[in-house]
Design a protein around this ligand. Sequence first.
Ligand SMILES: *Cc1c(COP(=O)(O)O)cnc(C)c1O
Length: 372
Amino acid sequence: MIRLAQPFLGDDEVAAVVDVLRSGMIASGPVVEKFEAAFAAYIGVRHAVAVSNGTVALHAALAGAGVGPGERVVTTPFTFVATANSILHCGAVPVFSDIDADTFNLCPDALDATLERLARAGTPAKAVLLVHLFGLPCDMDAMARVAAKHDVVVIEDAAQAHGATYKGQRVGSFGTASTFSFYATKNMATGEGGMVVTDCDDVAAHVRSMVNHGRVGHYEHDIVGYNYRLTDVAAAMGVVQLAKLEQMNRARRKNAARLDAALAAADGVTRPVEPAGKTHVYHHYTVRHDERDALAAFLRERAIGTGVIYPIALHKQPLYVRLGYGDEPLPAAETAARQVLSLPVHPQLTPADVDAVAAGVLEFLRRPASSD
Ligand SMILES: *Cc1c(COP(=O)(O)O)cnc(C)c1O
């Protein structure tokens, strides 16, 4: 079976975790500090706060950047549900703005119109929570321009884009605060884990306190906090995975290039784009096809795993429909949800695996028309 995702773990992760276990210090300690310092240096920011997953990282980043109850936060409807839910966790109000059909990321012109509409309605947005979906950076110049025009804070959900760059600068270093996830399937993994990064001292201080019971001194608590801490056990894996991240991303890019070449002539299959100035780290290699469910089933029969990521745009999710969403026109997100299929591209694949994935797609396209 060629799996859609598979963590890239070796003896060094095992040794690092065993070292922590033998040390007897298994909660948040020196290894978390080491992971935070290495991650901040890698992204190119002054502060990194390790947390227990990417979802709580978003909650802490939004709160740290000043998002409070009742405030509007504009985000994409084509992302993992945690992105929008983190806005609800702040008591704030998610507002969905449509995506760009080619990149799957927030469309700058649509964002401008959404922010304009909110301002006119007397409910101006506080923040934009953008997502570098599938590992492709958003158009950060356009995002910054639109955000400045409407005086909103930018927060990056970089849960799928560790190491991706925009004009040579790593994503996660653009926003007032940004977040990462180290869930098992992400470009670097600690099982569960996350990180908030920021260049702003005040935001860092708020996040650091919030994720540790609102602590400001020894058993002194200033805000309603949470226990969102990461353990040294997970951080030990994180330090090793971070050191391998560039190598793992190179392998993803190589696999993606091999798929690109093999699928160049695949009629009716739209391949991912990598616009100039952006490096895609291919958390997913996501194609579009009108019969993607049939394609997925065909590949499954050939022992090739795929993923429909994501099958339902967020405004159409049962939760959001119950909250009154669902009728807003977000056609690009809805079309994407109907057409997308993610093919395996992870670093453990051999060239033969990648060729088998491409051959499966081409075979599907050549299959005789079915009579039913
Ligand atoms: C994975 C992911 C999250 C949530 O991270 P967890 O570590 O699973 O909580 C948030 N946003 C996006 C875009 C993700 O892919």
